[in-house]
Design a protein. Structure first.
Length: 254
């Protein structure tokens, strides 16, 4: 009951809401009575999710369709909220994607720059826009989804691992800068999960995802950590050692 009272009437803006971990965050927040602003590229999927969540949880759900790889995506999201009078209490930067391949010979410029835009640039812009409002109100919480990949370099996933290292370092610095303001920034660092991430990134045939975990408890741990104002949350670490080979490359399943 205490958790429901804490979240009731709080509005969470969640990027990447209709897939994997995002869906879990939506269900957790709505299940506690919180309203939602769902953000993603596919308007039809957003609208379907809105209808389903409103019917199931009886909360208010709004949507913003935008391509998070575009440099003006964050401004569009922020301006839409301002114009419509939607007050954001929780900002969950969940959207992100990976991909494997040799940086020099296989990965295209567009692939890696789009990844940097979604994983780094747009979350940074969203925090730059929303955090001053949070601080002015003396309340607000941010959850940035990173990865255990942030703790090491990742050959064949060089840019992905680097983007997550940025997210973790940046989030931790913001947590310290915001001390005493009533605003917190929490970083979630999950291991491999059973979501569409592996298929989208071409990683499904690697040992890293052979023992991928259920994303629901991972999302719950991250969400609860955000509400408590934790610095970092690690979850889903059954495959923590990543099963790297002597070459330093992620090994494929035999």
């Amino acid at each position: 009951m205490a958790d429901k009272i804490m979240v009731d009437k709080m509005t969470a803006l969640i990027t990447g809401s209709y897939g994997g971990l995002g869906t879990c965050f939506v269900d957790i927040h709505a299940g506690k009575g919180g309203d939602l602003i769902l953000v993603g590229r596919n308007e039809a999927r957003l609208n379907a999710q809105k209808e389903s969540v409103e019917k199931k949880y009886h909360v208010v759900v709004r949507t913003i369709a935008v391509d998070l790889a575009q440099p003006d995506a964050a401004q569009k999201i922020y301006d839409t909220c301002k114009e419509k009078g939607w007050v954001v209490d929780y900002l969950i930067n969940n959207a992100g994607f990976g991909g494997q391949g040799d940086f020099t010979r296989e990965r295209t410029m567009e692939q890696d720059l789009s990844m940097i835009a979604v994983n780094i640039e747009t979350p940074t812009r969203l925090c730059k826009l929303f955090l001053p409002d949070f601080v002015a109100r003396g309340m607000g919480k941010v959850l940035n989804v990173s990865s255990t990949a942030a703790t090491m370099p990742g050959p064949l996933q060089a840019c992905y691992y680097a983007t997550k290292a940025y997210v973790t370092s940046w989030s931790n610095a913001l947590w310290r800068e915001l001390k005493g303001t009533g605003v917190t920034v929490t970083c979630l660092m999950p291991g491999a999960m059973q979501t569409g991430f592996a298929d989208a990134g071409g990683l499904a045939d690697t040992k890293l995802f052979a023992n991928a975990v259920d994303p629901v408890p991972v999302a719950r741990a991250g969400y609860d950590g955000m509400v408590k104002g934790a610095l970092n949350v690690t979850a889903g670490l059954q495959n923590l050692y990543f099963l790297w080979g002597s070459s330093g490359r992620p090994q494929r399943k035999r």
